[in-house]
Write a protein that binds this ligand. Structure first.
Ligand SMILES: *[C@@H]1O[C@H](CO)[C@@H](O)[C@H](O)[C@H]1NC(C)=O
Ligand SMILES: *[C@@H]1O[C@H](CO)[C@@H](O)[C@H](O)[C@H]1NC(C)=O
Ligand SMILES: *[C@@H]1O[C@H](CO)[C@@H](O)[C@H](O)[C@H]1NC(C)=O
Length: 523
């Protein structure tokens, strides 16, 4: 009697273990599939080879059919290497009578204005101007251009109204793009192609985006300026309150995150096209598509998973009734406007995203950027995501190398009896193989992306901070690289826990709370 009970309970434990192992094994295979599809996409579309680039150039050689584009760049304060980042818009290889640049600022006395003015003077043959918000009040730091809590959208709105062309390219102030990006992106949208391949199926390319990457650079006069903390990415409102550890390590961690984990899942999701996943650093879409998509929100009523509360429907109706170009104001209620725009185009105009094999590069100060700063930036980013796509955010740790190595190991040892003894949960050699393959692909992928950026433009158009002499391949040892890699991997879980536990979002030094309908509220 006693014996058979003991056997029963032992076998039920092992059934539970067996079922768990099945679930984890499938998860492991799916995660590896998505991750390595991303690695494959990067190798296929981003790898630099001389022949490939010239072929692309020939294919897009004709200028006649290129549509006009309004480049809109929201500015606030001074970012690292700002002048070269902004200048990349002026030197686009695109017919100069078919694009314009609109620099949007709130404050007419913003510290970035002298930089923009000297660029306007230097490139006087390009149609470009500065747009300032109406009635800016320097004490309350508000203007008449206030539609919701998102300062970037409030600032952008006037650019959308002033835009001469239907295609808008919204690009953050702190990123640089090669001079070839615009032409390739317009082709991608006009001809409905993604990474050079025609898109089939019911969805067509309605938003073109570029893989964001960051490079840790030595400081210049601009990045040392205290105002640089006003930039949306490098900001950290509570620097003074923390003991800042490893002051120079933060930018290297950002660089590592964007070039390894982020890049592979970002390019993979773009390719698989099961849901939009968009970072707003550099996006092209049609203003008319956005107007139309937002005008559909009230008509669809409550059937949308994202746009369904009564106030959301009311605002969508209100802003689109104001006329063309006003729809962008609707997104000022969201803190993650980039992904919400992508979701809106996805739901209402049957759009999908397209990429061009191009990266946009953000120079980050490598001198005054601590591990705390990195931790805070990542936590904030994840918290914003948590409210938009909870399920994906909850699953995120499963995509990290160490954790997936552990649960994958448990699943394989259980299902296939690896390591011989029945009750073994963990087989070290398997874990080491998993980690070695992961770090090797990350290393290769990292330098494929660096190489792609360095060769993305003619030498004379590359900014000095991207000079190959100072970039990672020559400057950083493998040991240095691995240290940053390991730091990134080890911090992933603590960052995730902090993001899931907390509710507040520190945004340019102000606390926000995200409400149930994804809109933000200042505290
Ligand atoms: C297309 O326009 C660019 C930029 O204006 C110019 O450099 C190039 O020569 C033009 N190409 C053709 C084929 O007209
Ligand atoms: C801009 O600066 C000038 C001179 O300091 C000042 O008189 C003016 O009020 C400022 N304007 C705004 C909108 O801040
Ligand atoms: C993803 O990329 C592959 C090439 O690697 C391509 O054949 C496939 O059509 C792409 N999928 C979609 C949905 O675009």
């Amino acid at each position: 009697m006693v014996n058979s009970e003991a056997i029963d309970s032992a076998s039920s434990v092992s059934t539970a273990r067996y079922l768990l192992a099945c679930v984890l094994f499938v998860t492991y295979l799916v995660i590896l599939g998505v991750a390595y599809n991303g690695v494959w996409q990067i190798m296929l579309n981003f790898r630099y080879s001389k022949g490939k680039k010239t072929r692309q150039e020939r294919e897009i050689g004709m200028n006649e059919s290129l549509e006009g584009v309004s480049i809109i760049r929201p500015l606030k304060g001074i970012d690292p290497e700002m002048s070269s980042c902004l200048e990349s818009s002026f030197v686009q290889d695109y017919p100069s009578d078919r694009f314009e640049i609109l620099f949007c600022v709130d404050d007419p006395n913003d510290t970035c204005i002298p930089i923009v003015e000297s660029l306007l003077k230097k490139h006087s043959h390009i149609s470009a101007r500065i747009l300032v918000s109406q009635n800016y009040n320097e004490v309350s730091r508000t203007s008449d251009e206030h539609f919701g809590p998102n300062p970037k959208v409030n600032n952008l709105a006037k650019g959308f109204l002033a835009a001469k062309y239907d295609i808008v390219w919204v690009m953050d102030s702190n990123v640089w793009a090669s001079s070839r990006v615009l032409k390739r992106s317009v082709r991608c949208m006009q001809q409905n192609i993604d990474n050079g391949r025609p898109v089939h199926g019911k969805r067509s390319v309605k938003l073109v985006h570029h893989a964001p990457m960051a490079i840790s650079v030595a400081d210049t006069e601009y990045s040392l300026s205290p105002i640089s903390s006003g930039s949306n990415f490098a900001s950290s409102g509570s620097n003074g309150h923390h003991k800042r550890i490893l002051k120079k390590f933060g930018a290297k961690l950002d660089e590592m995150f964007l070039l390894t984990s982020h890049a592979k899942f970002y390019t993979s999701f773009n390719n698989l096209s099961v849901a939009p996943c968009v970072n707003g650093k550099s996006n092209l879409y049609r203003r008319s598509d956005l107007d139309h998509a937002v005008s559909q929100i009230p008509k669809r009523g409550h059937s949308s998973a994202f746009f369904n509360s009564p106030e959301v429907l009311k605002d969508a109706f209100h802003f689109t009734s104001l006329g063309p170009g006003h729809a962008i104001k609707f997104f000022s209620r969201y803190i993650g406007e980039d992904n919400m725009i992508a979701i809106c185009l996805w739901e209402n105009v049957l759009g999908r995203t397209g990429m061009t094999g191009d990266v946009v590069v953000q120079p980050l100060s490598g001198e005054d950027n601590s591990v705390n700063d990195y931790f805070e930036r990542r936590t904030r980013w994840l918290r914003v995501r948590k409210y938009m796509v909870l399920a994906a955010t909850l699953l995120e740790p499963a995509t990290e190398s160490i954790l997936s190595g552990i649960y994958g190991n448990f699943a394989i040892t259980t299902l296939f009896g690896l390591g011989a003894k029945d009750n073994q949960y963990f087989y070290w050699p398997l874990f080491l193989i998993h980690m070695s393959i992961w770090i090797t692909t990350d290393y290769i992928q990292y330098y494929v992306l660096i190489d792609s950026a360095v060769h993305s433009d003619k030498l004379e158009l590359l900014p000095a901070w991207m000079d190959s002499k100072s970039l990672p391949p020559l400057k950083r040892s493998f040991f240095d690289w691995s240290l940053a890699w390991l730091g990134r991997e080890l911090l992933a879980l603590p960052i995730w826990v902090a993001a899931i536990v907390g509710h507040e979002i520190d945004w340019r030094g102000r606390p926000f709370r995200i409400k149930q309908d994804l809109t933000a509220e200042e505290l």
